[in-house]
Design a protein. Structure first.
Length: 402
């Protein structure tokens, strides 16, 4: 029994296949932020996540207990913290074998922690594998189950009927399902025929400690265009590069910075070279949030041209720095950007419309300032840790009543 059980309102077990491995780690940092704020608001939170070489099996980071399960030996613990677990398992027979052990030991650890500490609520992030594990734990120990889908886990539903059947089993077992955007809610309702009242739209919180407006910085003489995204086809960075080529043709002065990682990096470099944009576009690898804050404040405009984006947290982070944001009118992005009020929306895959939107912002300082200020006010009202935590606490209390 948890020694602090009499002093807390309730207990929650977070299950996640990706979680911070050390302080200032960027891996699923939003989950870490959410868990910390919930733990400071009357609920005891414990986390079960995968082990990785060099990590402790159990430790406390910023007051948050994290229990890690081992599922293989040495370098074979390679599925977690990559951002592409599904692809790794799908394309490699050995990884399929490893994934079976991953699920088994994930379940064992989650079962033991939930039972040992008498935790009545299991909050699984991503329906697979965490949701599957949480589903089994909730059945065997009669726990309340909350499943949060972040978007990437829904894309695999189109690959196989088996995935749809498993997902339907998990989501129907859950007392509530939370999604990070109304786009994902619509997709869940139509794809799996789930009741709308069971699905709650609750986005992930922005880290207001690491990402913040820096009013004292000197204005940059260059027009810096920033894009923070994984280097994948879905992010449509090739469309953005095409738009930047137009800006160059129009003789607009700018510098663009891309920050991310992914399989499309070499293709993006090739396109940049083909369009002779080497002196205008810089590709950077992923960096810690404390350093990312510098680039947000350095920029004039932040762009995310993705299609079917689950949410678009980088746009929220940019708003926190009072930056104008431009996004494709697709997926969950319209949940963040109110066109002409908190930023600009453009048709997806339309590099000309995107170029015109960027030119509009770069040439109108007053408009950029107004949109950035509006975005800042919206972030604090809708996406701050305090606002998001209140909504999850309300959901937990309903689960306790059940």
């Amino acid at each position: 029994m948890d020694r602090k059980s009499k002093m807390v309102e309730g207990k929650v077990l977070f299950l996640a296949q990706s979680f911070v491995r050390f302080k200032d780690d960027i891996s699923s940092h939003y989950l870490f932020s959410l868990a910390k704020h919930i733990s400071k608001s009357g609920f005891s939170v414990k986390v079960v996540a995968p082990h990785q070489s060099g990590l402790k099996k159990a430790e406390v980071i910023d007051g948050l207990p994290i229990f890690r399960f081992r599922y293989m030996v040495g370098h074979f613990e390679r599925l977690a913290y990559t951002g592409n677990m599904y692809k790794m398992v799908k394309e490699n027979l050995i990884n399929k074998f490893i994934f079976v052990f991953f699920l088994f030991f994930f379940f064992l650890k989650a079962y033991r922690i939930s039972k040992s500490y008498d935790i009545p609520i299991v909050h699984a992030h991503w329906w697979v594998p965490s949701g599957l594990v949480g589903c089994l734990v909730s059945i065997l120990l009669k726990r309340q189950l909350l499943v949060t889908t972040h978007g990437t886990d829904l894309r695999i539903l189109d690959d196989s009927k088996i995935f749809s059947l498993l997902a339907r089993f998990v989501f129907r077992r859950a007392q509530y399902v939370t999604v990070v955007s109304s786009f994902l809610k619509t997709r869940l309702v139509s794809r799996l025929n789930l009741p709308e009242k069971k699905i709650l739209v609750i986005p992930m919180p922005v880290n207001t400690q690491k990402i913040k407006f820096s009013p004292g910085r000197k204005e940059n003489s260059e027009n810096v265009i920033l894009c923070v995204a994984r280097y994948t086809k879905q992010k449509k960075l090739d469309v953005l590069i095409g738009s930047l080529s137009l800006l160059k043709e129009w003789e607009i002065d700018f510098k663009a910075i891309f920050i991310g990682e992914g399989p499309e990096k070499e293709n993006l470099k090739e396109k940049i070279n083909d369009l002779s944009l080497m002196d205008r576009i810089k590709l950077l690898d992923l960096i810690p949030q404390k350093d990312l804050n510098h680039y947000y404040n350095l920029s004039r405009v932040v762009v995310l041209p993705s299609v079917n984006e689950g949410f678009g947290l980088v746009l929220v982070e940019a708003g926190l720095c009072k930056k104008t944001v431009i996004g494709a009118c697709s997926g969950g992005i319209p949940d963040i950007i109110e066109d002409g009020v908190t930023g600009l929306l453009v048709p997806p895959d339309d590099y000309r419309a995107l170029a015109h939107a960027m030119r509009k912002i770069l040439s109108d300082e007053g408009l950029a300032k107004r949109l950035g200020e509006n975005a800042y006010q919206q972030v604090w009202k809708r996406f701050s840790p305090e606002a998001i935590t209140r909504r999850f606490l309300f959901t937990y209390r309903k689960l306790i009543c059940n």
